[in-house]
Design a protein around this ligand. Structure first.
Ligand code: SAH
Length: 367
């Protein structure tokens, strides 16, 4: 019999993190899960926070090789939600106690687009104020690479968190999944701009990319630490059939259980190393396992992003194949998710923004 106490779980160096991520002894995996869960409780508490996800436009100037809504995918019906559709979805969130929303779209830097998003944010902030939400909804943006001046406008409009995934912190790997015009350096520079602007900054990576190794994933975690990020949204890479990036073949992560195990260990390792940041259990996790999001929560995640995109548009926002929850109404989604959160002994904190404790602590130490 293996005595699990004989093993020591370490995550203090790149090599130790890489070996933690490649752990496949179920007892060790369970031990890592428990450690991550303890660190979560100590630093963030047991609450789970919702961000209602509104995918408001799939028009995109970028051409990421992995993404279903990339510019060159001619099969996609391009759409833009109207201002009313966006505001109505946001107000539904406010009424139903979701303290925050995420506005996500393809990439576009035109003046009209930024003006439109600023107006949407201002309207949502104003109209969502209530007794329960005296400062209105918390608004996170996920609209890609923009200039510092535009980030400042979006912040002034009332958005206070921003997600921009680095996708991988490995320059060489980054080049294999993006066209030349999309540079790693610009992505990093955008993260710095967001920080200077005052946003709570989220980033993240995909795992299971062709050519990716455990060492690279360990480096990703050290990159998050180095950049002092406040929030994380990560997920497995799932192939979209009309994109050029192939499935992972002959790689360390293959499919099914392995990808799930690595996904969960990535969440746990990030929780152990970064301690007090917010970590999302993303929808992509549920694509590879029907209870993927719950598992993500029990490995140290504390944020869930229910789909709020009107059902008719969801089929046009398929970043990858088999994206779940395509037909569920907002109400079904709410009930289903709160049951899922409850099933792992956790509780949704309604009517709270659920800001990153890491960001709050940085602010306190400055004062
Ligand atoms: N245009 C915005 C939003 C992009 S979509 C931006 O650039 O930030 C949000 C995330 O979906 C991406 O950052 C990427 O990590 C993820 N994604 C895209 N295609 C994917 C795929 N095939 N499998 C898994 N995740 C994918």
């Amino acid at each position: 019999m293996v005595n699990i106490m004989n093993y020591e779980i370490k995550y203090d160096t790149r090599d130790n993190i890489a070996s933690l991520l490649s752990e496949n002894n179920p007892k060790q995996v369970e031990l890592i899960r428990k450690m991550a869960h303890d660190v979560l409780l100590e630093n963030c508490g047991s609450g789970v926070y919702y961000r209602g996800l509104i995918e408001f436009s799939n028009r995109c100037v970028s051409d990421c090789y992995y993404c279903g809504i990339r510019r060159s995918n001619a099969d996609v019906n391009r759409f833009d939600l109207t201002m009313d559709e966006i505001v109505d979805s946001a107000l539904w969130c406010a009424k139903n106690g979701y303290g925050s929303i995420v506005l996500q779209s393809g990439e576009n830097s035109s003046r009209d687009f930024i003006d439109f998003v600023c107006r949407a944010v201002e309207t949502i902030k104003k109209r969502s104020i209530s007794e329960e939400l005296p400062n209105g909804l918390g608004v996170t943006l996920c609209i890609g690479e923009q200039s510092e001046a535009d980030y400042a406008r979006l912040f002034a409009a009332g958005a206070h968190r921003y997600l921009l995934r680095i996708e991988t912190s490995n320059r060489e790997l980054f080049k294999t999944i993006h066209p030349e015009a999309q540079s790693f350096d610009n992505r990093v520079e955008c993260l710095r701009r967001l920080k200077r602007t005052g946003f709570q900054v989220g980033t993240g990576v995909m795992y299971g990319l062709p050519g990716q190794t455990y060492q690279m994933l360990a480096d990703d975690i050290l990159f998050f630490k180095d950049m002092d990020i406040d929030m994380l949204g990560m997920g497995p890479y799932i192939r979209h059939s009309s994109t050029p990036l192939k499935k992972n073949e002959n790689q360390f992560i293959i499919e099914g259980d392995d990808l799930l195990r690595v996904s969960l260990l990535m969440i746990a390792a990030c929780r152990l190393v970064l301690k007090d940041i917010n970590i999302a259990a993303t929808t992509a996790l549920q694509t590879i396992d029907p209870t993927g999001r719950e598992k993500g929560l029990s490995f140290g995640a504390n944020v869930v992003m229910p789909q709020l995109t009107p059902v008719d548009y969801r089929k046009s926002y398929l970043l990858y194949d088999n994206k779940p929850c395509q037909e569920d109404t907002k109400e079904e989604c709410k009930n289903c998710l709160s049951a899922r959160v409850g099933s792992v002994g956790r509780e949704v904190h309604y009517n709270e923004w659920g800001d990153s404790p890491h960001f709050k602590r940085k602010g306190e130490s400055k004062n």
